[in-house]
Design a protein around this ligand. Structure first.
Ligand code: BGC
Length: 368
């Protein structure tokens, strides 16, 4: 099957070789929404939304752009703005534009798989970026060890609850989108840590809900309902920083922020600030530059008709049982003690994090 793909990629390159050679076209910016033009780009990239996490509107586009620009490979990067119809429309235009490679972050596996099937039919190589499209049959998958992300969150919450000396604290869980395979993997990771502790009575299992589309406002509404029904909640496993912040906003209204440890993910500016202020227990840093470099590296080889050699792992699609060549990166837990690592890695700047209100917290955390 992979042989077929490279044969197709090579034919595609031959057929459009002239166009690619003289098509020194500038790439669209993310979210330009301007559709695609004839004489198209070599790589199409569809990001999911700009609201569920800072990353999709800021970090991923920045690193992907840098990688493709450095390689001189043209690309068309657009954001579906949380709209599945829009996701498909963008994909259709990229396919008819003649991209050689399509990188997608699906909004759900159904629409994601439909797009991958169309791309495959058109001889376009496909890369699942960050989220695996169940039953989608992408040629490559680039992400993090997402079960480990969840384990770090679960362990982080347990550590923060221990530090508070709570006895049998009630833990609420606010999971990511039920249509995001990553959310399933995160939950697998943190429930693997929390379930035995519910069973042996160390922790008490509280309310547990999944938040459609990772919508932060919905997450806040859900948590407000949870807290109204159970004012003994002492810890919250929130699946990312956006949901964590929505929880913190509700806790603030009850003057409970800082007393109820809350987890997160993505090492967003807001998440890191919430950690420094003591309102958030931890976040998970996923080096998005590495993820973007891995995906763009694969795409650049494929666009040139070369066989990539960088996918060293594999992932089994739990739905189709297909084996997908993968790059799976390592996530890192971040607490107050190592916020400075995220700055040292160049993901965020001290200036962005250390506002006047957080100046002392930054100094205390060794951020100089
Ligand atoms: C990503 C997270 C992100 C979440 C919401 C997940 O699939 O892995 O980094 O916070 O989606 O966008």
């Amino acid at each position: 099957m992979r042989k077929g793909l490279f044969a197709l990629a090579a034919v595609g390159l031959l057929a459009t070789g002239g166009m690619a050679a003289c098509g020194k076209d500038k790439s669209d910016d993310t979210g330009s929404g301007s559709g695609t033009k004839a004489g198209g780009k070599q790589v199409g990239i569809i990001l999911p939304d700009t609201k569920s996490s800072q990353r999709w509107g800021t970090d991923d586009p920045k690193y992907l752009k840098a990688a493709f620009d450095a390689a001189g490979v043209s690309y068309d990067m657009q954001n579906a703005q949380g709209d599945k119809q829009q996701f498909q429309t963008i994909a259709d235009s990229m396919i008819s534009e003649g991209v050689k490679v399509l990188i997608t972050v699906n909004l759900d596996s159904g629409t994601g798989a439909a797009v991958l099937a169309k791309a495959k039919q058109a001889g376009i190589a496909t890369i699942d970026y960050d989220r695996l499209t169940l039953g989608g049959g992408a040629n490559y998958y680039v992400s993090f060890d997402n079960v480990k992300v969840g384990q770090l969150q679960g362990q982080g919450l347990v550590d923060c609850l221990k530090a508070k000396n709570y006895t049998k604290p009630v833990v609420a869980e606010l999971n990511g989108s039920p249509t995001d395979n990553n959310a399933t993997l995160f939950a697998q990771g943190y429930d693997g840590v929390l379930n035995p502790l519910y069973t042996d009575g160390t922790l008490v299992k509280g309310p547990n809900r999944s938040v459609p589309d990772w919508d932060n406002a919905t997450g806040g509404t859900y948590f407000e309902q949870m807290l109204t029904q159970n004012n003994k909640i002492k810890g919250v496993l929130a699946a990312n920083d956006g949901l964590g912040n929505a929880v913190i906003e509700i806790l603030k209204k009850q003057h409970l922020n800082g007393q109820v440890p809350v987890t997160g993910q993505d090492a967003t500016v807001q998440g890191l600030q919430n950690i420094l202020s003591g309102d958030q227990c931890m976040t998970v840093y996923k080096a998005i530059k590495k993820e973007a470099d891995a995906a763009s590296g694969l795409a650049i080889s494929l666009a040139k008709g070369q066989k990539p050699t960088t996918a060293t792992g594999t992932t089994t699609d739990p739905q189709s049982k297909a084996t997908i060549p993968s790059v799976l990166l390592d996530p890192e837990a971040i607490t107050k003690a190592n916020v400075k690592d995220v700055i040292a890695d160049g993901f965020v700047t001290k200036d962005a994090i250390c506002t006047a209100a957080l100046a002392k917290a930054c100094t205390d955390a060794g951020i100089s």
